[in-house]
Design a protein around this ligand. Structure first.
Ligand SMILES: Nc1ncnc2c1ncn2[C@@H]1O[C@H](COP(=O)(O)OP(=O)(O)O)[C@@H](O)[C@H]1O
Ligand SMILES: [Mg+2]
Length: 302
């Protein structure tokens, strides 16, 4: 029972933070996902516990750390691109910033304050997440946007939708902002959902944005709209992007190359190319293919 995963809890007396500037620092962070066996064992009778704890022990030995001794400094307003092979630990890094889990070892600070000392409410208010598949309620578009900021006025909502390049689409629907979305309503495409998710971030106005870029290429019209919306939402905010687009990677203040739960390389595009290491390999096998596409697209499209 003592080994059970620790629940994410609010501190008894949360630290008083003013306006968050958005400096994020990982201090020698290691992380292991909670063992599934152990969680299940809590639901079973006490007599099974000895046996289960043995099973859990061996499961723990087999499981590897998702992050290992990771130290990283992100200055306020910086755009950091996380790159690396699938399973490297990129999503895990963002999950820890969001406090979906706490580090197994080490700690993470925002503006010098340990995440565990902040109230979850303040932490979540400081971070906006643009996901590829945002949760939408079976309700109107207006209600889905108001969810990000209950007190937002109608003009503020329209302004956010415009900045997120989704206003024109909404206006083209028969019921406009009163259109019901979700399972039985209007089905938004992946690109439309992502732009709605960006509109929510504009309404929420967090100092930190976490963006998981889509891996699959969208149609070029959608792609241009999303790129414009993303450019605006990242502006002047501390941004952590799980990046797949070369254009984003080139714009990053710092590129962090993650592999097997560790930071392997860190620097700008030019610095990393010069290292002739993992980044260069990723660039030559994955990212550079996009350049040819991006250069070719306008020519064929005109
Ligand atoms: N919920 C989870 N439970 C257990 N292991 C997980 C979970 N999520 C990810 N992992 C493991 O953690 C490692 C890092 O995964 P992830 O952060 O998703 O990588 P990336 O985003 O770079 O593809 C992988 O080995 C993955 O299998
Ligand atoms: Mg991932």
């Amino acid at each position: 029972m003592l080994d059970a995963p620790i629940e994410i809890e609010d501190p008894h007396t949360p630290a008083e933070l003013g306006t968050i500037r958005g400096e994020i620092v990982f201090h020698d962070v290691s992380f292991r996902y909670p063992d599934r066996i152990l969680v299940e064992s809590l639901a079973r009778p006490l007599t099974n516990l000895v046996q289960d704890s043995e099973a859990a022990e061996s499961a723990r030995e087999r499981s590897t750390e998702a992050l290992r001794n990771l130290s990283l400094r992100i200055e306020p307003g910086m755009l950091v691109a996380l790159v690396g092979p699938s399973g490297a630990g990129k999503t895990t890094i963002t999950n820890l910033i969001n406090r979906l889990y706490d580090p197994s070892e080490g700690f993470i600070t925002i503006d010098g304050v340990d995440l565990r000392a902040m109230s979850l409410e303040q932490l979540h208010a400081a971070i906006g997440v643009v996901s590829q598949d945002p949760h939408l309620f079976h309700d109107t578009i207006l209600r889905n946007l108001q969810y990000a900021s209950e007190n937002a006025t109608y003009p503020e909502i329209v302004q956010a939708a415009q900045a997120a390049q989704i206003h024109s689409l909404i206006e083209s629907l028969p019921d406009k902002y009163d259109t019901i979305v979700g399972e039985r309503g209007y089905r938004l495409s992946g690109g439309e959902k992502q732009r709605l998710s960006i509109a929510r971030v504009f309404l929420k106005k967090p100092s930190i944005v976490i963006l998981d870029e889509a891996t699959s290429a969208l149609d070029s019209a959608n792609e241009a709209l999303i790129q414009a919306a993303i450019d605006r939402v990242l502006f002047h905010r501390t941004s952590i992007v799980i990046a797949h687009r070369l254009s984003t990677i080139l714009r990053a203040d710092k590129i962090v190359v993650v592999d097997h739960g560790e930071i392997r390389e860190e620097g700008t595009h030019d610095e990393l190319l010069e290292m002739n290491g993992l980044y260069r390999n990723l660039y030559e096998t994955q990212f550079s293919l996009e350049t040819t596409d991006e250069v070719a697209a306008p020519v064929t499209g005109e």
